[in-house]
Design a protein around this ligand. Structure first.
Ligand SMILES: *[C@@H]1O[C@H](CO)[C@@H](O)[C@H](O)[C@H]1NC(C)=O
Length: 160
């Protein structure tokens, strides 16, 4: 059993005993029953998604204005120079144009605070979802280089 798995199990047990969810060590902040971690770097959507899954989570899923503002502020606070203020989220529309879904759950995306004029599907190749530092969303080419936000949900941590 790896250190990470052990950490997650121990914190799940602690969370169960104390009646509240505490985030395993590498996770930096929490909102509701989710923990989040900022990934700084020149990452494609696939690289960012893989990294989030390797640490037990997935790219961030956002379903409300409250969550969007919280994660936007979190990302901007942890920003590391280049690339610009752009952060991958878990959404894609690679299967059918403009039918956005969360990759982790397969659920259609309902709350969508798009940047004005977006999603533009510029060049017919923009099928991955990202958040700007102003809180608005954009469709990016999936091999664009962005930072990212990973999420670990309590329910997922419990299953590990
Ligand atoms: C991203 O790549 C650029 C060079 O292309 C580099 O200057 C920058 O430091 C890199 N950013 C991170 C966070 O690694």
């Amino acid at each position: 059993m790896g250190l990470l798995t052990t950490t997650v199990i121990v914190s799940s047990i602690l969370a169960f005993c104390s009646g509240s969810f505490s985030c395993p060590g590498i996770w930096q902040t929490s909102l509701g029953s989710s923990c989040y971690k900022f990934l700084g770097g020149n990452l494609t959507w696939a690289e960012a998604s893989l990294h989030c899954r390797e640490i037990g989570g997935h790219l961030a899923i956002i379903t409300s204005a409250e969550e969007n503002k919280y994660l936007k502020d979190f990302a901007v606070r942890h920003h590391v120079s280049y690339p610009l203020y752009r952060y991958w989220l878990d959404g894609k529309d690679d299967e059918s144009e403009n039918h956005w879904y969360w990759d982790w759950t397969g659920e259609p995306i309902k709350y969508t605070p798009w940047q004005p004029g977006e999603p533009s599907n510029s060049g017919q190749v923009e099928h991955c979802l990202g958040l700007y530092g102003n809180g608005n969303w954009n469709d990016f080419k999936c091999d664009f280089k962005n930072h990212a936000i990973c999420e670990l949900e309590y329910v997922d941590a419990n299953l590990l």
